[in-house]
Design a protein around this ligand. Structure first.
Ligand code: AHM
Ligand code: MG
Length: 336
């Protein structure tokens, strides 16, 4: 057996996005590509720190001090800071919304650009200390014509996003991105420090065999959800679905996009609007799912048509394979 030669034609994320933008005649200024470069850098930084977290004391509670007497930052605080700094310094943003910050950041004039980035810098925090997959989720809006960048530029339906994606920090770092013409997945080549196209044109299978819900909430679930779950666990014909639930949205959605099936975090008797945040969790994941040919709904409404009233609003989420999500919708209709 001879050794495989290295590829001499690497498709990096930047190359791929540039090519896409040229093909579509979009982003003549290259601003979106530059913004995505800044996001890539933050993902590489976070990936490195996630990997070293245990060794450099990043695990645990923010507010502790290390031997030098410096304040230790928790991984999610650190990830937030790196993103805010890099996005501001890119000169391409006008408004930033982070799960970690109560208020939106309006970028000062000297750094102001025309994009708004909404993000959860490190989602799945309950998994951090156990070394389980976690991720960064982001969505990008362009400010409205004539706007200098206000809250109104992000309190808009998810369908108006120009791009959305996530980076999953797992056995490798995977960045999955859509700029509105399909979904592509890139894997970080740590030696090169580049995200390389490894999953071109991701399409979610029309039907899957996996469901992903926190069934520990079953006693609070509403009847349509209970009936739906029963229908896949006790099917009249065929075999029941398999359960997979990591409790990291990025990892659960990533698997759903690749293998098909359904991910759900419904509203229930305890959590009146569900748990997940509309702007920087629901919208980006719904955007990617639809771009991959799947569906994303609250049970009664298309997620991307919702309009957030405030930046940290929550919404119910069911997303994944078209046929599986359609089944959920049927149960909601039947219970009305
Ligand atoms: P977080 O932003 O506090 O990390 O919470 C979001 C996470 C998602 O990644 C995941 O889908 C969900 O919470 C899991 O919630 P639960 O532990 O209630 O199942
Ligand atoms: Mg979160």
């Amino acid at each position: 057996a001879h050794e495989e030669l290295p590829s001499t034609d690497l498709i990096t994320l930047t190359r791929h996005v540039l090519h896409d933008q040229l093909r579509l005649g979009a982003d003549e200024t290259g601003d979106l590509t530059l913004l995505l470069t800044a996001i890539q850098v933050t993902s590489k930084f976070i990936a490195t720190n996630v990997r070293r977290a245990r060794l450099i004391n990043l695990v645990g509670i923010a507010g502790e001090t290390n031997v030098q007497g410096e304040e230790q930052k928790k991984l999610d605080v650190l990830s937030n800071d790196i993103m805010v700094n890099a996005l501001r310094a890119s000169g391409r943003t006008a408004v930033l919304v982070s799960e970690e910050l109560e208020n939106a950041i309006i970028i000062e004039e000297r750094y102001r650009g025309k994009y708004c980035v909404v993000f959860d810098p490190l989602d799945g925090s309950s998994n951090i200390d156990a070394g389980v997959n976690i991720g960064t989720i982001f969505g990008i809006y362009k400010i409205r014509p004539e706007s200098k960048g206000t809250l109104e530029d992000v309190l808009r339906p998810g369908r108006e996003m120009v791009a959305a994606g996530y980076t999953m920090y797992g056995s490798s770092a995977n960045l999955v991105l859509s700029t509105g013409s399909g979904v592509n997945g890139y894997t970080l080549d740590a030696a090169l420090g580049e995200f390389i196209l490894t999953h071109p044109d991701i399409k979610v299978p029309a039907r899957g065999k996996i469901y992903s819900f926190n069934e520990g909430n079953s006693m609070y679930f509403y009847p349509p959800v209970i009936s739906y779950l029963n229908s896949i666990k006790y099917p009249k014909t065929g075999t029941p679905y398999s359960a997979r639930y990591i409790g990291s949205m990025v990892a659960d959605v990533h698997r759903t996009l690749l293998y098909g099936g359904i991910f759900g975090y419904p509203d229930d008797k305890k959590s009146k609007s569900g748990k997940l945040r509309m702007l920087y969790e629901g919208f980006p994941m719904a955007f990617l799912t639809e771009q991959a040919g799947g569906l994303a709904t609250t049970g009664t409404k298309r997620i991307l048509d919702l309009v957030p009233k405030h930046i940290h609003e929550r919404c119910p989420v069911f997303l994944g394979s078209k046929e599986d999500v359609s089944d959920v919708l049927k149960f909601y209709e039947a219970h009305n």
